[in-house]
Design a protein around this ligand. Sequence first.
Ligand code: DP6
Length: 361
Amino acid sequence: MGSESEKWILMVTARTPTNIAVIKYWGKRDETLILPINDSISVTLDPSHLCTTTTVSVSPSFHQDRMWLNGKEISLEGGRFQSCLREIRGRAQDVEDKKKGINIKKEDWQKLHLHIASYNNFPTAAGLASSAAGLACLVFSLAKLMNLKEDNSQLSAIARQGSGSACRSLYGGFVKWVMGKEDNGSDSFAVQLADEKHWDELVIIIGVVSARQKETSSTSGMRDTVETSALIQHRAKEVVPKRIVQMEDAIQNRDFPSFARLACTDSNQFHAVCLDTYPPIFYMNDTSHRIISCVEKWNRAEVTPQVAYTFDAGPNAVMIARNRKTAALLLQRLLYNFPPESDTDVANYIIGDKSILKDAG
Ligand code: DP6
């Protein structure tokens, strides 16, 4: 490893985009291992718009593991971070950098401490899947630093233990998180359904309705749902399995009408089970509802749907336009209906261009 007095530092930086679920994950069957009650499907966004950049470093001069998020030091005591770290340290390999005279043996990783600096280029915890990009990036960069031999699917199973939706950010394109059946979680990981070049005429527009932190975190929200909602089991067992098959077909065939119907109805059902939770959870606000009405009215006026919408655990609207022309028209409508500086304005828009679907990492 080099002597303790040697002042070397080894660093890796990675950038990982966030992902937006079009068939939602909501509800766990195992809280510790983070095992879901249904499969989910997402699209990974263009890393230039919504991503986390993480630098991980190791040095014998570090005396404890420390982490900074957007420049502020955060606690690493949570069990989830420790689970990811334990899994990664357990798989770490020898690392040698001859130029710097660094030679780390795999057993050294158990003693060496890490410094981690992470930066989100979008609002943290405002329902824009910040934990997904964050945990995926953390696992990916640590895996590179410690020279893990695991492939992205195996890394996704580690990221899953940090935050469920994070497992889907290890791939670009369209991604499915297979819920798995095993109690130990060995078959619960992400697989790529189609790569980033597939269906690249889609354009994603995110209306940032509010950049404030959400009141109910996804973790506690879905726990309450599983404990109190009478609808959630019906959703997980009867509705989602059929939608997963249909959504996979819609993606393979670039069938926008089916894609839009499935994405919109699944988002609406997710918010319905939130309302069916006791006490009820309201993630969307009036502006979110007005955006839905605006898109629905437009889609009904056309021969086929032009735009799909989906909302995660927050009021921000993720809209997927079928092509660039539709995206331009959508922006026009949004600016007209939600004018800047008005009561119901949408603070700003994040637009993913044709290259929305890029590879993670
Ligand atoms: C609404 O992955 O944030 O975005 O596993 O407890 O960390 P934990 O929850 P998280 O939940 C995301 C929920 C969602 C839907 C989705 O991304 O599928």
